[in-house]
Ligand binder design. Structure first.
Ligand code: SF4
Length: 373
């Protein structure tokens, strides 16, 4: 196993666009941490022990955890797993949680990479999305993280926000680039079923941005970030040299990982498993020692789909030789035939023997994947 993901399913308030699994009731945090540790004990005994390359605390909002909570979790992780030297330890945080004292505690626990959910530096966007922080806190948190000893800082930004002009998006990019970050993740806003934004869109209260606007905003990203040394290595991710997300690279290169906490997924190279997406059922299952997760053995075709979904998100793309070796002749011939028209029109291109989506066409990824399946 090469990566560990710990899901912290709590947030101070619900952002209007978000469909992740989380609860805004913080009264279960103490119990939850005990259950998470119990799951680590249960699972660690069942799996082969190898050196772990990455640890990732995601959510939800892991920075709602206190220093004492983190102490307990980190202790359990160290007790059951061995990390390779220099392993990447990432924690997702919201700007309003990052006091200098808390940042110091995170460094002392061993976190060497911090992911800050900024989303926008414009107050009107933050209010529309119902983020829990202000634009001033957003900027200050990045500066404080750097002053607190974090050299590897990544921030999340969102574009395609209704009402956001190209000029405002440009301003967000420039503000991000003026801060000491080594990595930027920029996601296009999506209207996920069940979210407030989706409800407002159906009622006509919120209009998605026009496709041309999305393309212009994406182009601006692709112009500005590489200009300042950021490698556009995945649809939504840009990194200065040596600062790609090691944890996400595990996902995108089909390596194994174990996820803990409700809704967390695991993959061991052949089997995929996932925990229930319910805090109550998860805690009951952990107490009973069973019934909190499900496993499926992936067919050749499912593994091929997973491989395409992950590899074609990256700039190095899918390896035809790997497809032939891993998934057999029939799937290889299908891939070869379906990719041809895209290669001819330039949507796909070949780099070092691999087939990749041309970065200018990354916004078409879903359409291309449908055809290749
Ligand atoms: S976007 Fe992040 S902080 Fe907001 S509700 Fe979703 S998980 Fe919580």
């Amino acid at each position: 196993m090469q990566g560990i993901y710990l899901h912290i399913p709590f947030c101070r308030q619900a952002c209007r666009y978000c469909d992740f699994f989380f609860s805004v009731s913080l009264r279960y945090v103490d119990d939850y941490v005990e259950n998470l540790i119990r799951e680590i004990e249960l699972i660690a005994g069942q799996r082969r022990r190898t050196e772990v390359e990455t640890l990732y605390l995601g959510g939800g909002t892991p920075s709602v955890l206190s220093d004492q909570h983190l102490e307990k979790i980190v202790e359990a992780v160290h007790k059951h797993y061995t990390f390779r030297e220099g392993a990447e330890w990432t924690i997702e945080c919201n700007p309003d949680d990052l006091s200098p004292v808390y940042l110091k505690q995170l460094r002392n626990k061993g976190f060497n990479r911090i992911s800050i959910g900024i989303q926008s530096f414009h107050e009107k966007d933050l209010e529309l999305m119902r983020r829990s922080h202000t634009s001033i806190q957003a900027e200050q948190s990045v500066r404080d993280a750097a002053a607190g000893g974090f050299e590897n800082i990544t921030m999340d930004l969102i574009y395609g926000i209704p009402g956001q002009s190209l000029r405002e998006w440009e301003d967000n990019i420039e503000k991000a680039l003026a801060l000491p970050v080594s990595h930027i993740s920029a996601y296009h806003l999506t209207f996920e079923p069940g979210t407030v934004f989706d409800h407002w869109r159906k009622k006509g209260r919120l209009l998605p941005v026009h496709e041309e606007e999305s393309v212009s905003q994406f182009r601006l990203l692709r112009e500005r970030l590489p200009d300042r040394g950021f490698d556009h290595y995945e649809i939504s991710n840009f990194a200065l040299q040596g600062n790609m997300s090691a944890h996400n690279l595990l996902y995108w290169s089909g390596k194994s990982y174990t996820g803990f906490g409700p809704s967390a997924h695991s993959y061991d190279g052949t089997d995929r498993s996932w925990n229930v997406s319910s805090l109550k059922k998860y805690m009951e299952g952990i107490s009973a020692g069973a019934g909190f997760n499900e496993t499926e053995i992936l067919s050749h075709q499912e593994r091929y789909h997973d491989y395409l979904i992950t590899s074609l998100r990256t700039r190095w793309g899918a390896d035809p030789e790997f497809i032939s070796q891993q998934f057999g002749d029939e799937i290889f011939r299908h891939f070869d035939m379906e990719s041809k028209p895209f290669l001819e029109e330039g949507t796909l291109w070949t780099i070092d023997g691999k087939v990749a989506i041309h970065p200018d066409r990354w916004l078409l990824t879903d359409h291309i994947l449908r055809e290749l399946f």
